[in-house]
Design a protein around this ligand. Structure first.
Ligand SMILES: [Zn+2]
Length: 822
């Protein structure tokens, strides 16, 4: 989709309600011909439905419409306007047949087509979420008009075609699929291409995995791990939910250029294929993939068997899957430290989102249309919502919690439901009145702040502005004695001040185990002691608790860049959990740049990474994380070049494709490799991932030509995939390159509104975020961004991302001002 002005109307909730009241959809029969060309495919859809009689519309976002037959009469294709086909339905049975030409897309939505640069093979997959189904087939595109689907697909002879239901090739190039159970439009999909497929089976459920041919070896290497965790999770979900997985096969497809982490399509889950590891990765990256696998499996019940009636309950879908994904990964897979991972990987994402000007309650957002709903699909829906469900589970206990969930699935099997329905199920199961819980935690925005007031001897609870209903927090607090021994005790915070007994100079941590949703801040005495204490403890919960507390303090300009660097210098060399090294991009990319002396801060972080390299197990994942940090923070070109030549490496480090590009990216930003050199590296091994890394490296070079190269991708005057766009934006803005990036502060602020004409959906959000002039830490940039935000008619997706990024810039400016750094 490009160069059209908001070509399609977003469905409004009032329209969805009216259409739901009018129609029952009986069935979809979808016939796709994917072998007609590279730009478009043929799509013939027959929808059978009953109506109470009256006017409505079908959704159709086609490149061209050949023929429309409605109840036996031919309708003019010209009737289709901005993605809608008006229909005057008759009472009783109706039949709509639409024969259309649909676009293959390149933005990760609809039917996305990708040509693998490694071997020229072409791959296709479907992404119908959240309103892209009508670019694949004509439909009534809203979550509560469910119907069974039967797919018939013609595809090139060497392709495999996989869908929501089991299917088979009935003659060369022709694929027939069983009828599905009732599905919502947003999770109807198709994966088609010369994919590499592996099969297995568990408990009567056929399992399969697929990837592009060029990364088939990565799938083969990890198939055992993926199948094993899938089986373990199936057993656990069957045990917890008491309802069998009902969608037949369970296929997991790793697909190129996918925008989200994954999509839970019943029977055919799609994952971004960087989750198939072509180079060595950390354990934390494997845990992230494991929790994603479990998350998508949880959705098969919560989301797919029982589906939100409207997008305003999308949070519940995500919060539930996120909670179950973390829990089941920790409980039944090899990754029993999944909650520690969550502390490093997700906690700050949610807390930061919940403290932006754009924050919103977890539940009950208006979502007047689908586009608006997508704006609230954020860290609040995932990280905050899941923490609150975890709190609810801790309050109710598993028996009541799952009895309510099972009641919910049973009553709404293959149907739709609301948050109210789920809470009614929990109340029936014995939860008591959940109204007050819901009011306090789900219908109000922002976290409480919990912190020690040492002079007063209390833990102080400060609600966010406007919060009137007090929230209680059932947590643990922990105190360190002079010898670095931590003593953990329970604390129930049920007042604005709760007395605690803390020795004068003892460090104190609030809720290191993340039992509640709150921003927890450390006092000065504790901050002063943290470097010494973190170096002395191997307790993963305390270490991650210290980091979360310090990061929250930094976000509020209460902790200086110097304090953060000092903590890193003490913490890094003693790190045994590679998830903790996830803080390195924040330390190197944000904290160092806001320090008194950025070069010196970077050098100190580099030295800390090198210290960890000296002690980390050779060939281990902590060593890998440390080496990545050492590369990203290196200032010495000679060392980087030596490593690039695989010389003088720490014992156990192997420079594979990922590390090679990481070194090249750092060399490029130091102006130590030419554009031609980068082009040559890409030509030598032109993988999809290498193209993204190349875009990042080129954009990061400190010269005018390279910045212009990145900018051409922003404006759309040069083509770039979704991942390449993110890489270009990230590469463009580098601290210390202001003389080359300065013109793009102006250009971003003046040209951003026009980006909506070139990019759409997820990609528009990504472009707004990643091309934002984040290194221009000046009041004038904040002011000008604020002016743009206030402008009438700004695209919703642009505004939301601009608000968040401007808040980030304002906070960075505040850190500079507070700590008087240059
Ligand atoms: Zn999800």
């Amino acid at each position: 989709m490009s160069s059209a002005e908001t070509p399609f109307r977003s469905l409004q909730q009032t329209e969805a309600v009216a259409r739901f009241d009018l129609l029952d959809v009986t069935s979809y029969d979808v016939r796709l011909d994917l072998a007609t060309g590279d730009e478009t495919f043929a799509s013939t859809t027959t929808i059978r439905f009953t109506s109470r009689g009256g006017a409505t519309f079908a959704d159709l976002k086609a490149s061209a419409v050949n023929r429309i037959v409605f109840n036996g009469s031919t309708l003019s294709p010209d009737l289709v306007e901005r993605g809608r086909l008006p229909l005057a339905t008759q009472a009783g049975e109706n039949e709509l047949v639409v024969d259309a030409v649909m676009p293959f897309r390149n933005d990760g939505e609809g039917l996305h087509a990708h040509v693998d640069p490694a071997d020229g093979r072409r791959y296709v997959y479907g992404m119908s979420f959240m309103d892209a189904a009508p670019t694949i087939f004509a439909c009534f595109d809203q979550p509560d008009l469910k119907a069974p689907y039967t797919f018939h697909v013609r595809a090139p002879l060497d392709w495999t075609v996989i869908g929501n239901a089991p299917g088979k090739q009935v003659e060369p190039g022709t694929w027939e699929f069983d009828e599905t159970p009732p599905l919502s439009t947003y999770f109807v999909t198709l994966v088609a291409g010369p994919y590499h497929v592996i099969h297995d089976e568990h408990d009567g459920i056929p399992l399969s995995l697929s990837s592009r041919q060029s990364i088939a070896h990565s799938l083969d290497d990890d198939a055992d791990e993926l199948f094993t965790m899938t089986k373990q999770c199936f057993d656990e979900f069957h045990r917890l939910f008491g309802i069998r997985y009902p969608f037949g096969n369970y296929h997991q497809a790793f697909v190129p250029e996918f925008n989200a982490g994954a999509m839970e399509n019943p029977g055919c889950v799609t994952y971004r294929d960087p989750l198939l590891f072509t180079s060595k990765v950390t354990r934390g990256e494997r845990i992230q993939r494991a929790t994603t696998v479990a998350h998508e499996m949880a959705h098969q019940w919560f989301g797919n068997i029982t589906t939100p009636k409207w997008w305003d309950d999308l949070w519940l879908n995500e919060s539930f899957a996120e909670y179950m994904g973390n829990r089941v990964t920790a409980d039944v897979t090899q990754y029993d430290d999944a909650w520690i991972h969550n502390g490093y990987a997700r906690r700050q994402w949610g807390l930061v989102a919940d403290q932006r000007p754009s924050t919103h309650p977890v539940a009950g957002n208006g979502a007047f249309d689908a586009t608006a709903a997508l704006q609230d699909f954020d860290g609040i829906s995932y990280a905050k919502g899941s923490t609150i469900l975890k709190q609810l589970n801790a309050t109710l206990g598993d028996d009541v919690f799952f009895a309510g969930v099972i009641d919910h699935f049973t009553r709404n099997r293959y149907g739709n439901a609301t948050m109210h329905d789920l809470f009614a199920s929990w109340e029936r199961a014995g939860a008591g009145d959940l109204g007050p819980f819901s009011e306090r935690w789900l219908r109000t925005a922002g976290p409480d702040t919990l912190e020690l007031d040492r002079a007063a001897g209390v833990v102080r609870r400060t609600p966010p502005a406007g919060q009137t209903e007090a929230r209680d927090h059932t947590i643990h607090v922990t105190t360190a004695d002079a010898d670095g021994r931590w003593t953990t005790t329970p604390l129930h915070v049920d007042a604005d001040e709760v007395t605690v007994d803390v020795p004068d100079d003892a460090a104190f941590l609030v809720d290191p185990g993340m039992e509640t949703w709150a921003s927890t801040l450390a006092d000065d005495v504790s901050l002063e002691a943290f470097p010494r204490l973190i170096a002395a403890t191997s307790d993963l919960t305390i270490r991650s608790g210290i980091w979360n507390s310090v990061r929250s303090g930094f976000h509020h300009a209460r902790v200086s860049p110097e304090s953060v660097v000092r903590l890193a210098e003490a913490s890094l060399p003693t790190e045994t959990n590679d998830d903790a090294l996830r803080t390195l991009p924040f330390l190197i990319g944000t904290v160092a740049g806001l320090s008194h002396d950025p070069a010196s801060a970077l050098a100190r972080l580099h030295a800390a990474c090198r210290s960890l390299l000296d002690v980390a197990t050779p060939g281990g994942t902590v060593q890998l994380g440390a080496f990545r940090g050492a590369v990203d923070s290196a200032a010495d070109v000679t060392t980087l070049r030596t490593w690039l030549d695989s010389a003088d490496l720490p014992d156990g480090v192997v420079v594979d494709a990922d590390l090679r590009w990481r070194i090249l990216i750092r060399l490029a930003s130091l102006d130590a490799i030419s554009r031609a050199g980068l082009d040559g590296e890409l030509a030598a091994e032109p993988t999809t991932k290498a193209r993204v890394d190349h875009a990042r490296a080129v954009s990061g070079r400190p010269d005018a030509e390279s910045k212009a190269w990145a900018w051409d991708r922003f404006t759309g005057s040069a083509p770039a995939t979704n991942y390449e766009l993110i890489a270009c934006g990230t590469g463009l803005w580098q601290p210390g390159q202001e003389s080359f990036t300065e013109p793009y502060v102006d250009r971003y602020l003046s040209e951003l509104p026009g980006a909506a004409k070139v990019h759409s959906g997820w990609v528009l959000g990504d472009v707004t975020e990643h091309f934002f002039p984040i290194t221009s830490v000046r009041q004038s940039t904040v002011d000008r961004a604020d002016e743009l935000i206030a402008r009438d008619g700004l695209d919703l997706t642009i505004r939301r991302n601009l608000v968040d990024m401007t808040d980030e810039l304002r906070r960075r400016l505040s850190i500079r001002t507070t700590f008087d750094t240059p």
